[in-house]
Design a protein around this ligand. Structure first.
Ligand SMILES: Nc1nc2c(c(=O)[nH]1)N[C@H]1C(S)=C(S)[C@@H](COP(=O)(O)O)O[C@H]1N2
Ligand SMILES: [Mo]
Length: 199
């Protein structure tokens, strides 16, 4: 009998159908990032949406926490081929943050503290598909996983889920982010195995 129960966190046993092509299952939570973990002070933390006309919508940490939050349980898929099933997050839906934002733009470029960027279509941030997440498995999100708050867009490869998120620029013309400039796919759908530019 094993002392460590596989069902310890209440996760279901995975079915092969839960894994996108070329992915393997992991139960750890690897830390992947291009640079050091930035130190982000909650007193000066800001999240801003900037529309294509330059209008800015900004929230302080206190204002973010005052917004209605959601809990979501979802699978995440890293382009380096690990997938983690049934992860539970809490945060604010981008639908809530975009409620009063005036825009006709189609593209978003997400910016993080530390300079990381990633791009995606604005529609992939809306309709219940993305969150600014600040809790993971019932605990405050740790700095190595993007705390105090990260973007969570689980239907795309996990590099789109920018850690230490601070700004989303809405753009009329698409602009590639950090990994997208370095040869990763512009969209990154794990189910279509869109890893690299020409996939
Ligand atoms: N700011 C920032 N966000 C980032 C990254 C990064 O380097 N910097 N790496 C991305 C990549 S490639 C992955 S797989 C996930 C990893 O998140 P984790 O370290 O919490 O597992 O963060 C994504 N978000
Ligand atoms: Mo990644």
């Amino acid at each position: 009998m094993s002392i460590v129960s596989r069902g310890f966190h209440g996760r279901r046993e995975p079915a092969a159908a839960d894994l996108p092509p070329g992915q393997y299952l992991t139960r750890d939570f690897p830390v992947l990032q291009a640079g050091p973990t930035p130190r982000v002070d909650l007193d000066t933390w800001q999240f801003t949406i900037s529309n294509e006309a330059g209008a800015k919508y900004t929230w302080s940490w206190r204002e973010l926490l005052a917004l209605p939050s959601e809990k979501t349980t979802t699978d995440i898929h890293c382009v380096t081929r690990w997938s983690k099933l049934g992860t539970t997050w809490q945060g604010v839906s981008l639908d809530t943050l975009f409620a009063d934002v005036e825009t006709a733009a189609d593209h978003a470029l997400v910016h993080s503290y530390g300079g990381y960027t990633t791009n995606l279509p604005l529609e992939d941030l809306l309709d219940g598909k993305a969150w600014i997440a600040y809790r993971f498995e019932g605990e405050d999100l740790t700095p190595d996983h993007g705390g105090p708050a990260r973007l969570l867009v689980p239907h795309l490869y996990f590099w789109k889920s920018a850690k230490w998120v601070t700004r989303i620029d809405l753009l009329n013309d698409d602009e590639p982010g950090f990994w997208e400039q370095l040869g990763y796919h512009n969209y990154g759908d794990p189910w279509r195995e869109q890893r690299y530019t020409d996939d």
